[in-house]
Write a protein that binds this ligand. Structure first.
Ligand code: NAP
Length: 248
């Protein structure tokens, strides 16, 4: 079976590192991104150099019409996906709960929760034998924040990742008899541009003293776990979590 992977938010950070590892594993790769076309092109070039087939699709991975368009393009160019990495996510300015607007909360939940659920819906419509599929794998990129709560920083983000954890368990059990495994990774403080969104690009360096291993992580350390969970080596793992947080 041809291996076709969709990585939402695959243009930068953890998603881009996952695309590079997926290239080495023989996947045809779709890199989705929201707006940074140049970053997507850079990652595509890196993946192409490794000999993999790659396409990039600009789409908001939390908007169902755009998700449908993206899946149709993948169907046409690569065939139906066999692996989905629900990686696209967002965070907002560090604040206390009383300062959070309804707009911020809805945007957080739409991007971090509704988006992954919709992408999983359209993935399983292709993977499940109920609809003629041959199985597959889904990895949700959650966060250590779902366990830690992110008090005083972004409880809304932590809560959105808590929802991703519950969704992972429920969907895994719903699909366990259909040859589709669903798992999640929970990264801790990883050195990507993500932290600039919360207002402090140097956040990881500042928090390092509180990490038991004494350092932040890098995107490749998360990507390794994602690719392993999707592989046959993880054939008995479903509804599980890999924490990549340096002991935090
Ligand atoms: P990043 O470097 O900021 O990259 C984010 C990626 O997501 C970019 O490709 C971005 O596209 C894309 N994206 C954002 N919103 C999107 C949307 N609505 N539709 C499609 N693509 C979208 O972030 P990262 O650190 O790699 O984070 C990836 C995932 O890991 C997120 O779910 C995050 O919550 C999780 N995580 C990160 C950390 C950490 O410390 N970095 C820790 C725990 C969990 P553009 O480039 O076009 O904007």
């Amino acid at each position: 079976m041809e291996k076709v992977i969709l990585i939402t938010g695959g243009s930068r950070g953890i998603g881009a590192a996952t695309a590079v590892l997926a290239a080495r594993e023989g996947y045809r790769i779709c890199i989705n991104y929201l707006s940074d076309h140049q970053a997507a092109e850079r990652t595509c070039a890196q993946v192409r150099e490794l000999g993999a087939q790659v396409m990039s699709v600009q789409a908001d991975a939390s908007d169902e019409d755009q998700i449908i368009g993206m899946f149709s393009r993948i169907d046409a160019e690569f065939g139906p996906i066999t692996a989905l990495v629900n990686n696209a996510g967002t965070v907002a300015q560090a604040s206390r709960v009383e300062e959070m607007s309804e707009f911020r909360l809805l945007r957080m939940m739409k991007t971090n929760v509704v988006g992954p659920m919709l992408c999983a819906k359209h993935a399983l419509l292709r993977m499940s034998p109920r609809y003629g599929g041959k199985g597959g794998g889904i990895v949700n990129v959650s966060s250590a924040a779902s366990r830690l709560g992110s008090a005083g920083e972004y409880v809304d983000y932590a809560a959105s990742k808590g929802a991703v954890d519950s969704f992972t368990i429920g969907l895994a059990r719903e699909l366990a008899g259909e040859g589709i495994r669903v798992n999640a990774v929970r990264p801790g403080y990883i050195r990507t541009d993500f932290h600039a969104l919360s207002g402090d690009p140097h956040r990881v360096s500042k928090l390092e003293p509180g990490i038991p291993m004494g350092r932040g992580g890098v995107a490749e350390e998360v990507a390794e776990a994602i690719i392993w969970l999707l592989s046959e080596k993880a054939s008995y793992a479903t509804g599980t979590f890999i924490d990549l947080a340096g002991g935090k």
